[in-house]
Design a protein around this ligand. Sequence first.
Ligand SMILES: Cc1cc2nc3c(=O)[nH]c(=O)nc-3n(C[C@H](O)[C@H](O)[C@H](O)COP(=O)(O)OP(=O)(O)OC[C@H]3O[C@@H](n4cnc5c(N)ncnc54)[C@H](O)[C@@H]3O)c2cc1C
Length: 516
Amino acid sequence: MKRFGEIRLPFDHGRSEFERALAVRGIESNSTWRILRKSLDARRKSRIAWVYTIGVLEPGDDDRPVPMLRIAPDPRPVIIGAGPAGLFVALWLADHGVKAVILEQGDAMPERVLKMARFMRLGELDERSNLGFGAGGAGAYSDGKLLTRIRSPHIQFVMDTFVNFGAPDEIRYLADPHLGSSRIRRIIHAMIEHLQSLGVEIRFRNRVDGFEMHRGQVSGVQTEDASVLSASAVFLALGHSARSLYRACADVGVEMEFKPFAAGLRLEHPVARVDSIQFGKHAGDPRLGAARYRLAHTWDVSEGKRVLYSFCMCPGGYVLNATTESSGVVSNGMSNPGRRGRFSNAALVVNVEGRDIEGDGLFRGMTWQQNLESDARRAANSGGGCHALPGQRLVDFLASRPSTTIEETSCPCPVVPARLDQILPDFIVDGLHRGIETFERRMRGFICEDAILVGVESRTSAPVRLVRDRETRQSTSVEGLYPVGEGAGYAGGITSAAVDGIASAEAFLRTLPEKG
Ligand SMILES: Cc1cc2nc3c(=O)[nH]c(=O)nc-3n(C[C@H](O)[C@H](O)[C@H](O)COP(=O)(O)OP(=O)(O)OC[C@H]3O[C@@H](n4cnc5c(N)ncnc54)[C@H](O)[C@@H]3O)c2cc1C
């Protein structure tokens, strides 16, 4: 494929300008070309531009290798978790002739959607089926941003799969592809139906509580009804909130280590404010959509580096209560396709290292997250319940004073005034102060009366890593166990979790004889 990069056109260009730009580069109108990449450059507000890379196709460019079928093992492989990692393991295996069984503690999609609606309206939490657990895992209620920093040939397969199940073609080339929460749910639901039609068995409301072992090798899993399911391999696609399963892994000697993560708060501004900071006179132009930002500030501390960074920005989105346990509350964010909400939110988080937490236990990060979440719940609602999130106006947080009221937010759950500056540990409060002041210098108007902080953003990534061999991708201590995705500590989002699942499925397939 011949590539033509840096084709720069004003953001409001029309089709004829686009065709002229191709002609100028010698791309003939009868050639077969494809947009390989399209990104918005808004660094100069007076010259906001789309930047394209075009590929002109040559014979053979679209040829795909035919998957090599393998002899299916008996018993079947078991996948724990129906999030992006687990679903892509199942799809990759099925494409190679191996039908796995997926065990998912939460509900199938229709029941999960009803339970989520009840939680958002009434605060009735099902600890098994919520924003993090159930068909599609956390991915099903995510914002559906597909950008990843990893490099892998499997990324294309993940995008193609999403397109096959209903995503727009543009996710294949946009620099910052976004599906939106309502759409990624539909896509994942279609993918699950497809897997079932291929013979993959998915058992919902089926929680794994332990493992069967035979001579250092995993031979099956114990489910909550005390039954045992034998397995030729077990894929642990458990997600970063599977606290009881982490402990069950430690009980059978799975090698694990503490993993640094990040924690902080979610910040919400009116869309109009972020738009006017980022787009100037073009703010509100529908061709630009709601504006984004990505900010980071790093500084030295005696023990190393500290960084405050924005994370999971959701322009035109909603702040959510993402708790999975009634003992605590957790904030997160999402948007729907088109990003047409009236607010824009992003997490602002500080890195949390082993040295920041007392003790040296493997699960100290997990316990630290849990304690922070229950402090946040108490601050938001001293009477109990995990429906309301604690909030504080940004200007009050920076002045270390209480907010008397919280004006309107995008959150479907209540947001009540609380002393977020007193809930968080000092190093995070200090990091937020330093970082937000530097962000204000880069984005004038970032600190404003109508910005609200909501807490707590504690589930940014897994607090442990399940150590695995680079080549075989199996646990270094338990043969036949494949830790995958975000919960195992090897991914940080939908695309990377999916890619990680595929790479481990491939490693498992290499252990099976070829068919025919
Ligand atoms: C509100 C929100 C917005 C997000 N937005 C984005 C975004 O825009 N872009 C992005 O890339 N990422 C986003 N994420 C993160 C993304 O969803 C995760 O990175 C991704 O889902 C991780 O995939 P996974 O398969 O590794 O784990 P998960 O999706 O967490 O799935 C793990 C599954 O395992 C199941 N499980 C756990 N324990 C057991 C057990 N004992 N027995 C049976 N099943 C079990 C869980 O119920 C869950 O369904 C967002 C997350 C949230 C919550």
